[in-house]
Design a protein around this ligand. Structure first.
Ligand code: PLP
Length: 355
């Protein structure tokens, strides 16, 4: 019986990628060394880093005045690095609050700046970008493109005028094309789209590199990391290599446009199960996430049974985020249409026995 993971915290990996990574761990390209043994200061790792950046640029297509950083620390570390790096002479930053992750981003910014709320959602729908009220003296406006816990996703691109727009794109990075050039900065943890934990990708516009507060530690300073090509200190070398294989895979599959089509089909299949009153998605239809599909059953007992039976049927990691409860299926790029078909078949069967 095949098993399928719908984990939100980390993506599953295509077999081609795990095989390629395993091979590199045993021996990196006839070098008689494991890729784990390559010094980050050497030519081999420099090439890996260059190719990874090139592949990311070919997938997303953005101009040269945007820099790519490969950092440690995860998206959660960026929450504090944003105000440390981007305030310049200003004191205020604007935050759009739409759920679990955007709230955490906002709370981490509080010690560093005056935080104002540009818009606030109700947890089940998103405030439309045209209604956001951004303070004129805000150094930037931050939002979360995909609220992975709450099951919400922005499907339109906000326009914040002269205030640089910053986005936590961890939840839906590479799942569809994104107009990078309309942002000041975007960032994503690697484990949800780029294969492995340990790597955080930051894409930042050149003019935002001069604003760090004095005393910002060197590894946490975007400008110094750009100048050092992400090597102020040791970058997460293995996670970068894995990201490189994942980016290659994504390119070979047809790129982010292909991913977007597939992801839409997968989400439609799953949301179609929620038409009746057994499976229920509480999120407003226009704001439902195509990647983080949240749903509930009529009662806690059925949800517990569902999880247990799903697991016995090879359908893994469907438990909802603790902050919102219920169930959740993450449909990252690597989750196949077959996996979603297996899940919906199981859901139909479970309902027919319980509904
Ligand atoms: C998972 C997730 C994070 C947290 O990532 P860490 O690597 O654990 O810091 C942040 N934002 C969003 C939208 C996420 O989905």
């Amino acid at each position: 019986m095949p098993t399928y993971s719908f984990a939100s915290a980390s993506t599953s990996l295509p077999e081609a990628v795990t095989k390629a990574v395993s091979k590199d761990i045993v021996e990196w390209r006839q070098s008689k060394q494991s890729v784990l043994e390559l010094p980050f200061t050497g030519d081999e790792f420099r090439d890996i880093l260059i190719r990874t950046e090139q592949d990311l640029r070919s997938l997303l297509g953005f101009a040269d005045h945007f820099h790519v950083l490969f950092l440690q620390g995860g998206a959660s570390t960026q929450f504090a690095l944003l105000p440390m790096n981007l305030l310049g002479p200003l004191e205020r930053a604007a935050y759009v609050e739409t759920g679990y992750w955007s709230q955490r981003a906002k709370n981490e910014a509080r010690p560093w700046c005056r935080v104002s709320t540009a818009a606030c959602g109700d947890g089940l729908s998103l405030p439309p970008p045209e209604d956001w009220q951004i303070a004129g003296d805000a150094a930037y406006c931050h939002y979360t493109t995909n609220e992975s816990a709450d099951g919400l996703q922005f499907h339109t691109m906000p326009d914040t005028g002269d205030v640089p727009l910053i986005a936590d794109v961890t939840g839906d990075f590479l799942s569809h094309p994104i107009p990078v050039e309309r942002y000041g900065l975007i960032y994503a943890s690697g484990q949800k789209s780029l294969g492995a934990v340990g790597l955080t990708v930051v894409i930042i516009r050149d003019d935002l590199l001069r604003l760090a507060r004095t005393g910002t530690p060197a590894p946490l300073d975007y400008r110094r990391q750009v100048a050092a090509r992400s090597k102020v200190n040791t970058p997460p070398t293995l996670a970068v290599l894995i990201a490189n294989h994942m980016l290659r895979w994504t390119l070979e599959q047809g790129g982010v446009e292909t991913m977007a089509c597939r992801n839409r089909r997968k989400a439609e299949m799953l949301y179609a199960m929620m038409d009746g009153d057994f499976y229920r998605c509480p999120c407003a239809v226009p704001d439902r996430s195509l990647i983080s599909v949240r749903f509930h059953l009529p009662d806690a007992r059925s949800e517990a049974d569902f999880l247990q039976e799903a697991q016995a049927n090879g359908l893994l990691h469907l438990k909802g985020h603790p902050a919102v409860g219920g169930l959740r299926a993450a449909l990252y790029n690597t989750v196949t249409e077959d996996a979603v078909a297996a899940l919906t078949a199981f859901m139909a069967d479970f309902r027919s026995r319980r509904g």
